[in-house]
Write a protein that binds this ligand. Structure first.
Ligand code: HEM
Ligand code: HEM
Length: 136
């Protein structure tokens, strides 16, 4: 397995643990829970689930099609955009909801969300350009 793909999978399980920990803390402190739902949901869904799908997708889909991934550079750029984007979202969301360090936290949340979105679009582009139907 390629090194960068191992890193996608490592970060995925890291976000799973972080997301579950935030969820558990939300149960411990229900009055505070509302500030952290979006961080919790996206650590789990954009972090654990999506990052796992990025890694497994990049490993398996080209093998199904018998080709190489369209762009290795996109895999790397996407990795950094997805991780900085998600970390920024997870940290800034509660700050924004708690009205801490605004408007700086809001701007950073927007930039992070845009970074995550770009990673999603790059993944879609790279996969679309990679997969192709089997020859008849
Ligand atoms: C140890 C594991 C987990 C704990 C303790 C936990 C705990 C919680 C808690 C306390 C809430 C807030 C519920 C509310 O007040 O409405 C919540 C919401 C949520 N959780 Fe988890 N969770 C865990 C794992 C997961 C996982 C693995 C996922 C997804 C893969 C997930 C996705 C969500 C989502 C999407 C919401 C928001 C639902 C909404 O919008 O109302 N959680 N979780
Ligand atoms: C570019 C990446 C993403 C951005 C910028 C984004 C943004 C948002 C925003 C602004 C909300 C509303 C939060 C609020 O209630 O104020 C939200 C909610 C939600 N999103 Fe996302 N999202 C992204 C990706 C995803 C993905 C990939 C999933 C699932 C696989 C997902 C699942 C959810 C769920 C379940 C909620 C409702 C729970 C909550 O209140 O946070 N999102 N998202």
């Amino acid at each position: 397995m390629e090194r960068i793909i191992v890193w996608y999978l490592r970060m995925s399980v890291f976000y799973f643990a972080a997301g579950a920990l935030v969820g558990f803390c939300m149960l411990l402190w229900p009055d505070e829970s509302g500030y952290y739902i979006s961080s919790h949901a996206h650590l789990n869904l954009l972090g654990f689930m999506s990052m796992m799908i990025y890694g497994i997708g990049y490993h398996i889909l080209p093998r199904f099609s018998g080709v190489h991934i369209y762009s290795q550079s996109i895999i790397r750029i996407q990795f950094w955009l997805a991780n900085t984007g998600l970390l920024g979202m997870a940290i800034c969301w509660p700050l924004v909801l708690r009205q801490i360090a605004r408007p700086f936290s809001e701007v950073l949340l927007m930039i992070s969300a845009l970074s995550s979105l770009t990673a999603v679009v790059l993944f879609a582009f790279n996969i679309i350009k990679t997969i192709k139907p089997a020859d008849k």
